[in-house]
Design a protein around this ligand. Structure first.
Ligand SMILES: NC(=O)c1ccc[n+]([C@@H]2O[C@H](COP(=O)([O-])OP(=O)(O)OC[C@H]3O[C@@H](n4cnc5c(N)ncnc54)[C@H](O)[C@@H]3O)[C@@H](O)[C@H]2O)c1
Length: 304
């Protein structure tokens, strides 16, 4: 679709990938509605985008609440007369072991990383169908939608569900013969953002910091490995991620996998997908590799 002149609504846009997507949208001549649960950070983002010359609406939105997502859609159309692109980006990562994941933490992650996408689809897609002009729905999922790592119980469960939900939207649009709405799902590996600080936007009382998720060795080591990946300059920038995502939208591609240029990432995802399709457990060698890198990461952080 032609991006210049279209209207995009982005959730979780006060920072990280969401803000980079909003900057990229302004650069590509789009009109932008940004939303986030964090009011002060959202206002800062709005001011920064306006300074770039963007025509920007900011709507404080908690995407776990369907009424607030509906209000975002209504406000976007009220201000700009239409909405062409929805980017369901807001999300969070929290590590935990399968048998230690607190129910409240799982509820939060499922509400935020999965149900928010359903709220977005319900609020925006009927408006896009009524408009009839070129539109697009984007999910920012994760490589965790197609792979699972130790300590990733809630995150991988949520991102696998996000993939299924987004593919279900794609199939339902096709089956219903609705031709004006494209669908893209982004499944990036590690991107340089503030994702390792989930407490900035989490409900009170989830014990996400010391004494909470970090009391487990595997979770600690996995998070350390992700931080080391960023610190060593190996993570993709949020700006590159945003560029690849809008390229996929413009070209009408269903899947985009930013940061999967490493052969190990592709091999891992293929081994798991092929294994599932053929009934083969592909995890043991993958787990060995992951545990070895966890041990290296822990040894390195113990030295510093
Ligand atoms: N950074 C990575 O390595 C990475 C990799 C794969 C996928 N992702 C996905 O990218 C998306 C963006 O993450 P990020 O890396 O930019 O993290 P981030 O923490 O920097 O940004 C997430 C944004 O979402 C907002 N948010 C949190 N809860 C919200 C709520 N209830 N309602 C509205 N907004 C809310 C936060 O305030 C924050 O501005 C997430 O869905 C994440 O799972 C990130």
């Amino acid at each position: 679709m032609k991006l210049a002149g279209s209207v995009v609504a982005i959730t979780g846009a006060a920072g990280g990938i969401g803000f980079a997507l909003a900057q990229e949208a302004v650069r590509r001549g789009m009109t932008v509605a940004i939303s986030d649960i964090r009011e002060a950070a959202l206002e800062q983002a709005r001011a920064a985008l306006a300074a770039m010359g963007g025509d920007v609406l900011a709507v404080q939105t908690d995407v776990t609440k369907s009424a607030e997502v509906e209000a975002l859609a209504a406000a976007t159309v009220a201000r700009f007369g239409k909405v062409n692109v929805l980017i369901n980006n807001a999300g969070a990562f929290v590590g935990s072991l399968a048998w230690e994941t607190p129910e409240a933490q799982l509820d939060w992650i499922i509400d935020l990383n999965v149900k928010s996408i359903a709220h977005g689809i319900r609020a925006f897609v009927p408006r896009m169908i009524a408009q009839g002009d070129p539109c697009h729905v984007v999910t920012i999922a994760s490589a965790a939608a197609i792979t699972v790592y130790p300590g990733y119980t809630s995150y991988s469960s949520s991102k696998h569900a996000a993939l299924a939900l987004t593919e279900a939207l794609y199939l339902d649009l096709a089956a219903e013969g609705i031709g004006n709405i494209g669908v893209t799902i982004a499944m990036p590996t590690i991107i340089e953002t503030d994702i390792m600080s989930p407490e900035k936007a989490s409900p009170a009382g989830l014990a996400l910091g010391e004494g909470g998720r970090f009391k487990n060795r595997t979770v600690r080591a996995m998070e350390q490995m992700m931080r080391n990946h960023v610190a060593s300059g190996h993570a993709m920038s949020a700006q590159d991620m945003a560029r690849q995502t809008f390229d996929a939208v413009a070209e009408g591609r269903l899947y985009v996998l930013p940061g999967h240029d490493g052969p190990a990432d592709v091999a891992k995802a293929c081994a798991i997908a092929n294994g599932r399709a053929k009934g083969i457990d592909a995890y043991p060698p993958i787990i060995d590799g992951i545990m070895q890198s966890l041990e290296r990461a822990e040894a390195k952080s113990a030295q510093t």
